[in-house]
Ligand binder design. Sequence first.
Ligand code: SF4
Length: 347
Amino acid sequence: MNLEEIYQKLDQDQRISKAEAFFLYQKADWLTLAQKAQARRAQRLGANWASYTLFRVINYTNICNIDCSFCSFKRHEGEQGAYVMSQEEVLAKVKSTLELGVGQIFLQGGVHPDLPFSYYTELLRAIKATYPVHIRGFSPVEIQYMAQLEGRPSLGIIQELKAAGLDSVPGAGAEILVERVRQILSPQKCTVEEWGQILKECHSLGLRGSANLVFGSVETKEEIFEHLDFIRRLQEDTGGFDSFIPWTFQPQTKAFEVQKVPPQEYLKILALCRLFLDNIENIEVSVMVLGKEIGELALGMGANDISSPVIEEKVLRSYGTKSENEAQLLIEDAGYQARYRDFNYQS
Ligand code: SF4
């Protein structure tokens, strides 16, 4: 294996293998990776624009029995600060979101141990009956638990969520899709295979969405590429991922040690996501997690979307843009035309 051969493959828009991507990670210089990633972005999407979107996160409950080691958001039932939103509370949040001119919401909870399935379907129906919003919601982890609690196959559960009004799904709860890592970070979460199976089912029913990578914990560098390979193979099967978002762990709790990922390391991984994930069109930088400075640089390393601003997010601390105007300015400062896009990546 040598660098020149891999560069040639990239220049000819050929697929590179997991081993070749890892070789690039180890041997390629930063500037060449940036140039190759930008060339790929320009070739696929054009080079002169970048996009953002607007949505509200509604964390309908923080009660969760999964106990991920990195999470400071979850509470157990009965613990101080534990809550489940009523339908009225959620509807009031949707109403105020629309009043801000934003028509997209993202329902995300903890994995509640005993909320009946009707809570979710009635909530979706009530929102759709009252407000014209796109509803993205429920990670594979939440869906798998709903199926387990109902004692039914997940496909039927997803069909019912869709019929009740669910429009798209996040690829949340992935972190690093390698069993060794999951056993350390969150042994009670669904397995890698279950995560993939639920997203396959969602995509087969037309519920598209995103996938992500969260690194900077106990993973090895090779495991980052295992994760990317799993996502690329899943995308070959379904084509249901509109975008991919790499970000790093935030220090949330003392129980969990976060590696300090330097900006250049994050940007290198981001460029490799653009180059390796040749079947996912949009690569997002999470400005909300990584901040505006890295956001601007990432648009020169293969990313074409900054996602933010996000209204109200309780699981992660936000370092991102606070308004549509700020998002547009960030993109323009980086040298691109700013484009609004919706959850379906329509401008
Ligand atoms: S990350 Fe999600 S699944 Fe894990 S403990 Fe927190 S709320 Fe629960």
